[in-house]
Structure formats: structure tokens, C-alpha cells
Design a protein around this ligand. Structure first.
Ligand code: FAD
Ligand code: SF4
Length: 671
């Protein structure tokens, strides 16, 4: 089925082994201690996994363009020398690698930031200084020199970042370019930086060097480009000497989610499709392409010549190899949560992956075959237990996995029913495949007891028993109106038309999302998604924005919290705004400073800032946190048995599968 995807390109680009590109991701390894060595190992593993062409994280062509002061740049021979180990490692594995050159312009997090005009970005702390005309010329020269250095370091090409609202994009859009000199005003003037950067780079590096230009095909901001302008730019970029055009979707400041888990799979491929036939060089489709079947469909539908996947290669370095060997069911799928990748990147932490903690930690976390096979019991088949059991079995241990429920997955069985989190089912599918592959002895419908574990004579016992929903104690908590989140999401108990959710953490938000939808889901239907988020697929306006057409919530929902302040401030750094915006669109009532008094037939009695009121609701859903389930742990400890405690059973922290899987992985790597 995947052969088509993986057949060699017939476009004459012999450098490309196949049609999948590993898209650029800044991992923060670029700046870490021994980071380039670690990055070399990281990229080499992906090349070994048969990725034909890799693009590095963004590297600035000059100091002002750095994302923050001290961030990676390519400006000196010394920096060039240090990079040599990366292409060398990738070439050893038969891959090709391009360096992404990214000047952040007004998105920079430092007070030396520059831009076409002194217009501050809504997401940046500093107003940029306007570049003089000579400095714009110098910036082009910096790009060309950085490309030359990349070539000297052994890279196979560069990707010039012209999208997502970074410097080149800032010059192109009227929104940010207020200049009256030769770099502003007419469209021809505004795209001059982009075109001349490609032209000068081509002159400098010669013919046998890949130049990918990442072109913003859909700005998703007011004052962005029209479609006609985007096409004009693509043609000019081709003429200037680019080898390939990659698609950029949305500026970072856009208010439309472009890669979050709410975005339908392959949901922006239609944009690249509009460009097909306008230029003669290959086009790459991007965004939310996470599995070979999605990629293949895009190619079969003629949406693009190639596809770019980025985060999916954090989740599984062998994605392409597995597809080639007809083992797609063994792929550890990127679930687009951003929790360990972009949330880390933008917090200055090392990037990794929720479902694969080895990502960017290849030099420190490895699952070597064991020299001494042990008999192990793992209790609980949620994310923590699944990771522990499958890795231990992969290492050669005899693993017995006990699960009280009739299926594996633990709380991910609740996560996967949340609109926009359907992908979480893929993690369960992956672990199911690993259980089969590595011969884990799984016992479902089996709540294991301390006696049984004692009698089993296990060398190691790992408890991953997870959590229970926290119970509250106010009056009427046992009223039939009151449900907890598990009863709603797992047991599917009916919920009325008016509902109050007690607790506005991650699970409270998810329950609100679950209750605010009916019928077809935007996360599963591209047209619906674009309508709901106000994206004009006919591209009638500059930036392609239109008034959102929101299907109303079937329920009147109140999302309540005791604390003061904005709802959702502890949600993910790069995704919290999406959850908030989504619930606002559904007109969910968000109340803070709430004191709960009682539930009775009339509804939920509360005070908001000491002002009493009754919410006349049909149901009250409690999402007030969780408590670790440790009965087994306590019993075993009492018997003096040595056990390992991981995941929610260790620390109950609501949305924390990242910690659960990481803890399991590090534990079992050393057993
Ligand atoms: P659990 O998933 O709770 O699994 C424990 C398992 O142990 C259960 O299957 C239970 O049946 C079994 N068990 C318990 N006792 C026994 C016994 N004695 N014998 C046999 N089996 C036993 N996290 C995120 O990081 N990101 C998200 O977006 C996210 N979304 C979520 C959405 C919802 C609606 C919910 C409810 C949770 C979400 N989470 C999310 C939280 C995430 O699912 C948990 O952090 C994770 O599941 C914890 O894994 P665990 O293996 O420790 O425990
Ligand atoms: Fe994908 Fe989440 Fe892993 Fe990031 S952390 S690569 S979004 S699964």
C-alpha cells in the first residue's frame, strides 16, 4: 500500500531517496552542551530510518536574526567547522541534510531585533528597529554567506525560511512592511528580499546544491498576501534558482490553529494543491501529515510532489522504514499534542516527544538487549504500564502485564473520545502492536492482588495503577445529577442540556469540549474545520480569512473554578490558547472565584466572589483533579516487597502522559 509513496522520485532529483522530507524543528540541541554531537546522532538515526532528506532546525544568518541572543547562527568559519559532524553522520547513513536559515526579524526575543518597519508583533516582547536599505542588502549577503558556510560544512542544501511570519515574510506583507523605499510599497518591492536572497544564494553555491524556499502560501493574518501574489512570488522564486518550494501555513501570530491536534490530518494540503501546475519545481505539502497513509493520499490526490513531516520523526525515527516494510501498524504516531516538542522548544527546554522520550536524547536513553532476562510483573496498562511492559519485553525480559479493564490504554481511552484528540487512539494501537511483537503476556479483565504478585515470584514488580477521580465533599455530592468525568467519558452516562463542570484544569476543558459538540467533528472534516476557524478555502481575501461559521454547542455549559484569573492558564504553552478559543467559540460560560455550596433538585448552588447564585443545571460533572491509586503499593510495601511505582500512581497530575511514559522508559532502560 505504501509502495507508491516510497518509490523513487521521477522528478530528476537524484538526491531524494523518496518523497518524504523531515521538516525543520528547532530542538534546542543547537545551543545545548555537546548539542551538535547529540544533534548529529538524532539526525543520523532518522537517516538510518530511511528519511531521504532532512532539514535542520532554524539557524540564523546573522546575530540580529537569532531567535534569542546566543541562539544558533551560521556566520563564521568556526561555526561552520563545528557543524561538520552533522552532515557527516547523516551521509554515513545514506541520507541528505539541508540547513534551515531563519532570520526571526520582529519575532526575536531580544532587544536587538530588526524588521522591515518598527511594528511590534503581538507575540513578541520587543519593537524591532527598522532596517536601513543598506542593512537589507547586508542581510541578503548574510544569507548567501551562511549558505556558503553550510555548503563548506558538508550540508546538501539550505532551506530559506520565508514563511510563518519571520523576517522575509514580514517584508512581503503590508501588515508589517510600511516602508517607502525600494524594499516597501509595491508587491514587487516587498518580495525583493525573498527573491534576491534566493538569487544571491544560488549564485554563491552553484548548481549542485539544494535550495528549498519555504513560501507562505496562506498567511492567515489580516494584511497578508492574496493568492495571486503568492503565485507571483512562487514563480519569481523558481526563476531565482530555488530547487524546491516548501509550503508555509500561517504566521505564528495567526489565530487559526495550524498544527495542533484539532487540525484534521493533512488539513492544509489543499493550499499546496492550488499551487500545483503554477511552477515547474517540486512542491512540498505540510502540516498534520503524521502517517504514511495520510502522506500517500496527498500524493495520490495530486496535492503535492512531496510531503514534509516533522514531529512524526520525533515520535518515530523509523517511520519511513516501517512504511517501506509494510509495518505501518508499528509506527509510534505523533498525536500532535505539542507537550514535549513545541511546548519545550518555546520554554527553552530540550525538545523531546511525549510518546517517545528518546527523541533528542538518543545519546543517553537506549533500550539495549538485557544480559540477564528477568521475570517482571507490570500492573496497569495505561501509558506508563504499556511503555514499561513493551520496552522491558523488547529488551528480552519475560513480562506479565495485568489490566483490570477489558482493554489496554488506561485514561487514553477517555482522551481519545475528546473532539480533536482522536489521535490518542493511535498510541493505544501502537502499544497493542508492541505487545504482540515483543511477546508481552497480557491479562485483561484482571485486577491483580498483592497475594497474586507475591505468589508469582517476580524479579521486578512495576506498579502503574494510575489514578482515581478526586471526590469532593460538598452537600449533595451524591445527588443523581452529579457525575465524574470518567462516568461521562468512559461509561457514557447521559448528560442533560444544561451542565456545570466543576474544575477547569485540562480534564475540565476536555469535558467541556466533549459536551460542546454534536454531529460531524471539525477535527475530522477539513471543510468544517476551515469554516469554524474562519479560513476561506476560496481565498477571496488577502490572508484567506473570513468570518467563522460556528456550529453552536448543543448544551449550555458552565466551566467553573475556585481560583481567580483566566481559565486555562496552566494548559500547554503552545496549545492553551486553542482550547480557550474553541470553548469561547462554543459560548461556554467560564466562571472563576467560585465557591461550591450544594447540589439539589434545583441545580448547583454556588457563590461567585461571595455573590450567591443557583445554576439550574441538569448535571454537574466533577473534574476536580485525581488521586493516585496506591492500594496495591501500600499492601506490597507492608509485605516488605520491593516495587517500582510509576505514572499517575506515583504522582497524579491530570494531563501528564509525558511524565508517565518518560518515567517508565528511564526505569526499564536500567532494569
Ligand atoms: P492510567 O492511564 O490511569 O492507567 C492505569 C491503569 O491501571 C488503568 O487502566 C487501570 O484499570 C489499571 N489498574 C489499576 N489498578 C489495577 C490493578 N490492581 N490490576 C490491574 N490493573 C489495574 N495526558 C496528557 O499528557 N495529555 C493529554 O492531552 C491528556 N488528555 C487527557 C484527557 C482525558 C479526558 C483524561 C482522563 C486524561 C488525559 N491525560 C492526558 C492524562 C493521561 O491519560 C494520564 O496522564 C496517563 O494516562 C497516566 O498514565 P498511567 O499509566 O499512569 O495511568
Ligand atoms: Fe507529536 Fe506530541 Fe511527540 Fe510533539 S510531543 S512529536 S506533538 S506526539
Amino acid at each position: 500500500m505504501y509502495n507508491k509513496l516510497l518509490s523513487p522520485l521521477d522528478l530528476g532529483f537524484t538526491v531524494l531517496k523518496n518523497r518524504v522530507l523531515m521538516g525543520s524543528m528547532h530542538t534546542n540541541l543547537e545551543e545545548a552542551k555537546n548539542g551538535l554531537q547529540r544533534a548529529a546522532t538524532f539526525y543520523a538515526e532518522r537517516a538510518k530510518g530511511q528519511v531521504g532528506l532532512i532539514v535542520t532546525g532554524g539557524i540564523s544568518p546573522n546575530v540580529e536574526g537569532s531567535v534569542w541572543m546566543g541562539a544558533a547562527k551560521m556566520t563564521t568559519l568556526e561555526e561552520m567547522e563545528a557543524h561538520k559532524i552533522i552532515p557527516e553522520a547523516v551521509h554515513k547513513e545514506g541520507g541528505k541534510i539541508c540547513m534551515q536559515l531563519l532570520h526571526s526579524g520582529r519575532y526575536a526575543y531580544h532587544n536587538k531585533s530588526v524588521g522591515p518597519s518598527a511594528v511590534r508583533a503581538p507575540i513578541a516582547p520587543f519593537t524591532p528597529r527598522e532596517l536601513s536599505s543598506e542593512e537589507v542588502e547586508q542581510t541578503i549577503e548574510d544569507y548567501a554567506y551562511a549558505s556558503e558556510l553550510a555548503q563548506m560544512a558538508g550540508y546538501d542544501g539550505v532551506e530559506i525560511m520565508g514563511s510563518e511570519g519571520y523576517l522575509i515574510n514580514q517584508f512581503i506583507a503590508k501588515r508589517t512592511n510600511r516602508r517607502t523605499d525600494e524594499w516597501g510599497g509595491s508587491y514587487e518591492n516587498r518580495i525583493k528580499l525573498a527573491v534576491q536572497t534566493v538569487r544571491r544564494t544560488r549564485e554563491r553555491v552553484g548548481e549542485n546544491f539544494i535550495i528549498i524556499y519555504r513560501l507562505s502560501m496562506l498567511d492567515l493574518v489580516e494584511g497578508g498576501s492574496t493568492w495571486e501574489e503568492v503565485v507571483q512570488l512562487a514563480k519569481e522564486i523558481e526563476k531565482a534558482g530555488a530547487t524546491i518550494i516548501n509550503t508555509g501555513i500561517g504566521w505564528h501570530e495567526a489565530r487559526v490553529p495550524t498544527i495542533g491536534t484539532v487540525v484534521p490530518k493533512g488539513g492544509f494540503a489543499w493550499v499546496t494543491k492550488r499551487m500545483m501546475g503554477e511552477v515547474n519545481i517540486p512542491l512540498i505539502a505540510t502540516n498534520r501529515i503524521n502517517m504514511p497513509d495520510v502522506a500517500e493520499q496527498i500524493l495520490v490526490d495530486g496535492c503535492a510532489d512531496m510531503v514534509s513531516m516533522a514531529r512524526p520523526f520525533l515520535a518515530d525515527e523509523n517511520l519511513v522504514l516501517k512504511a517501506m516494510e509494510d509495518r505501518a501498524h508499528e509506527i509510534n504516531t505523533c498525536i500532535a499534542c505539542n507537550q514535549a516538542c513545541l511546548d519545550h522548544t518555546f520554554s527553552g527546554k530540550l525538545t523531546s516527544c511525549l510518546v517517545n522520550p528518546r527523541a533528542c536524547h538518543e545519546t543517553e536513553l537506549n533500550f539495549e538487549p538485557t544480559a540477564e532476562a528477568k521475570k517482571m510483573a507490570v500492573v496497569g496498562a495505561g501509558p506508563a504500564g504499556l511503555a514499561a511492559a513493551t520496552i522491558a519485553a523488547e529488551r528480552g525480559h519475560e513480562v506479565h502485564l495485568f489490566e483490570a479493564a477489558s482493554e489496554i490504554g488506561g485514561q487514553f481511552n477517555m482522551a481519545k473520545v475528546i473532539p480533536g484528540k482522536e489521535e490518542y487512539a493511535e498510541t493505544i494501537r501502537y502499544y497493542d502492536a508492541m505487545i504482540q511483537k515483543h511477546g508481552v503476556k497480557l491479562k485483561l479483565n484482571h485486577r491483580v492482588s498483592a497475594e497474586e504478585l507475591k505468589e508469582g515470584n517476580y524479579d521486578e514488580i512495576i506498579l502503574a495503577t494510575g489514578v482515581l477521580p478526586r471526590k469532593l465533599t460538598f452537600e449533595g455530592i451524591d445527588h443523581p445529577k452529579v457525575l465524574n468525568y470518567a462516568e461521562v467519558l468512559y461509561d457514557k452516562k447521559p448528560v442533560g442540556k444544561k451542565v456545570a463542570i466543576v474544575g477547569a484544569g485540562g480534564i475540565g476543558f476536555d469535558v467541556a469540549e466533549f459536551l460542546a459538540h454534536e454531529g460531524e467533528l471539525p477535527s475530522l472534516n477539513t471543510e468544517l474545520y476551515m469554516e469554524e476557524w474562519g479560513v476561506d478555502m476560496d481565498y477571496k481575501t488577502a490572508g484567506a480569512l473570513e468570518v467563522p461559521k460556528i456550529s453552536p454547542s448543543p448544551r449550555e455549559i458552565y466551566l467553573l473554578k475556585r481560583s481567580k484569573g483566566k481559565h486555562g492558564k496552566n494548559l500547554g504553552k503552545t496549545t492553551g490558547w486553542i482550547h480557550r478559543a474553541s470553548l469561547h467559540m462554543k459560548r461556554v460560560n467560564m466562571l472563576s472565584n467560585v465557591t461550591y455550596h450544594k447540589v439539589d433538585d434545583a441545580g448547583l448552588h454556588i457563590s461567585v466572589l461571595d455573590e450567591p447564585q443557583v445554576l439550574e443545571v441538569d448535571n454537574v460533572v466533577i473534574c476536580a483533579g485525581q488521586e493516585s491509586l496506591r492500594d496495591l503499593y501500600d499492601a506490597l510495601k507492608e509485605n516488605g516487597q520491593s516495587v517500582h511505582l510509576i505514572g499517575g500512581a506515583n504522582v497524579a497530575a491530570e494531563l501528564d502522559a509525558k511524565k508517565a511514559i518518560k518515567e517508565a522508559s528511564y526505569l526499564v532502560a536500567g532494569l
